[in-house]
Design a binder for this molecule. Sequence first.
Ligand SMILES: NC(=O)c1ccc[n+]([C@@H]2O[C@H](COP(=O)([O-])OP(=O)(O)OC[C@H]3O[C@@H](n4cnc5c(N)ncnc54)[C@H](O)[C@@H]3O)[C@@H](O)[C@H]2O)c1
Length: 385
Amino acid sequence: MVRTLGVAVVGFGWMGRVHTQAYARVLHHFPDLPLRPEPVTVADEVPGRAEEAAERYGFATAVRDWREIATDPRVGAVSITAPNFLHREIGVAMAEAGKHIWIEKPVGLTADDARAVSGAVAEAGVRGAVGFNYRNAPAVMAARELITAGEIGEVTHVRIRLLSDYAAHPEGALTWRYERERGGSGVLGDLASHGVDLARFLVGEIEALTADTAVFVPLRARPAGATAGHTRAAGGEPAPVENEDYVTCLLRFASGARGVLEACRVSVGEQNNYGFEIHGTTGAVFWDFRRMGELGVSRGTSYQDQPVSTVYVGPGAGDFAAFQPGAANPMGYDDLKVVEAHAFLRSIADDRPYGATPADAVRSATALDAMARSAASGAWVTLES
Ligand SMILES: NC(=O)c1ccc[n+]([C@@H]2O[C@H](COP(=O)([O-])OP(=O)(O)OC[C@H]3O[C@@H](n4cnc5c(N)ncnc54)[C@H](O)[C@@H]3O)[C@@H](O)[C@H]2O)c1
């Protein structure tokens, strides 16, 4: 029996739209799901934005103040897709109001914020999902299976990269992303958070790290009006960028493996160059988000000159079969959010976790805090376990 679940979205920028579309599509791809998400209400502080979203995507109502959603009895689950500085307040309030939450990474500005949200979810006995979407790619799932099965031997070292140009244009507006109070630690929360999640998902817990950070575009123009995504603001009043454009980090895993994680939001010539190279004693796996369905695999007993094959992952990998009938039919970014919506709704239906949870966000944010501390002190930082 399919039960209807009223869903709400708070913050209707890019992620608000992607979550909404994922709810709309989830039963097309996962028809066995016993919950049918129904778009009940949407909140955005920009006048007209929630109304436009309601009109276009079928929410019954639109509001300016997200607090109305916390007290709305029609709402069972809430997507929190507002800027980072609001994650804690909204996440805690929604969980305390008994709503299940699907919250975007990095879950607040600090590990303390992520812990507050995770604690509120646990305390309230609701389910929580977090937007670490790259782990949902079927090829990433396949890589994890290969690693876990020992197909590349013992993991020795790892390189994880998240290089992008979304902030490279000097006329890119000084939005919430570039302010410490609203955006937190810049590229650390934006991109390195995904990198830490991938590292943990594939290789296990990080024990210690040391990091270096930089700001390469120190001034940006204040926008004249409301922004969404990566708006330009040519001619606006210039103001300082308060958080990091770049981070590079050495990692020591609990397993003894070593790693390098690099993330940058101002890399000219790089568009979503996100991926990893994971090396083991007998093989390696390679993945690039821009060729999401392909996994480079080297395994065998040759050690030297061992070939690398490109495998097109297919219906056996992760949730691939929910989207395409055969290998090498490409999936897209939005499909990863449909996988995430499914895990979230399934976790509500079964009352057990699937996919990334607020506890994963706490681990990721703990590593990000350690990167910031290490960049300031120049020292290695051991992560609290
Ligand atoms: N998982 C991913 O791959 C991914 C990608 C992009 C962004 N994100 C995360 O999603 C979140 C949103 O990012 P985005 O790119 O969609 O940002 P965005 O700027 O496009 O959208 C944010 C929206 O929130 C609204 N908002 C601001 N204050 C509000 C308030 N008090 N109440 C209600 N709405 C409010 C804004 O008006 C805007 O419409 C961030 O936390 C970001 O880290 C995740």
